[in-house]
Design a protein around this ligand. Sequence first.
Ligand SMILES: NC(=O)c1ccc[n+]([C@@H]2O[C@H](COP(=O)([O-])OP(=O)(O)OC[C@H]3O[C@@H](n4cnc5c(N)ncnc54)[C@H](O)[C@@H]3O)[C@@H](O)[C@H]2O)c1
Length: 269
Amino acid sequence: MIQVGILGCGAIGQAIAKAIEKKFSKFMCVSSVCDCNPAQIKSIKNLLKFSKPAALSWDKLVAKSDLVIEAASIEAARQAIPAALKLGKSIIVLSTGAILKIRNFRTLIKKSQGSIYLPSGALSGVDAVLGAGIDGIQRARITTRKPIKSLKDSPFFMRHRDLLKKIRKPTLIFKGTALQAVKEFPENINVAATLSLAGIGPRKTRVHVYASPTYKENRHEISVVGQFGKIACQTTNFPSKRNPKTSRLAIGSAIATLSKVLSRVKIGT
Ligand SMILES: NC(=O)c1ccc[n+]([C@@H]2O[C@H](COP(=O)([O-])OP(=O)(O)OC[C@H]3O[C@@H](n4cnc5c(N)ncnc54)[C@H](O)[C@@H]3O)[C@@H](O)[C@H]2O)c1
């Protein structure tokens, strides 16, 4: 039985915990959970009918788990990824922007017996980008459109409070690299990090962010050009009820990644 530790018990963590009991209970159980908010721990424990997970600190959770599922924040992932890899554990990471902040990531991976899984999350086309990378990619860009209220607590809007009231219609608020985008919108732009890791890296992947009070959905468009041809792909995401910053598709993608880890039929690149 695979002992799963869930780090971050919010919208994604709770949905994964539920899916483990409903779909994967033959193979795995939620043995530990960690969250800096005790109410979230209570809520995830109440959700589980069969498992009685221990509430642990993040480092103990990593040490006790066979598989860690990170669904907390870039800061939490930044600590948990190196710890898990050093102990040879496997980890599924939702806060993929963290990888851009771990300086010795490639060395860590080389030395580790563990694996790291990065779900495509709220983005479609990641499998095609991986395939395209084999022949060589020349350009990659992601354009993200989000309701302004889901971006309001970002470092970008903390510096530009005046813009919050001024923006009335779809407005291009950011143009830069994936590396810069993750710094400006750490809770909103993991998709840019994922695209960059699948493709030509965080310094070459371009990111445009549009915000508007008129947007009701989170939309991501990717455009990739290479020897293979062109990818133009659009995903329109409904927000999760529990956390409007998170798309419902990201939850589905995390659960599908778990299924891929377990399944003997692995579909997609
Ligand atoms: N890859 C993608 O496409 C994608 C899509 C959506 C969300 N995400 C990311 O996944 C993560 C989880 O998303 P969510 O919607 O479940 O968020 P959420 O806010 O609903 O839940 C996150 C939980 O983690 C806890 N937490 C945060 N930092 C922590 C820390 N350092 N230690 C312990 N607990 C901590 C919070 O208290 C909260 O309960 C976020 O980082 C989010 O940005 C990625």
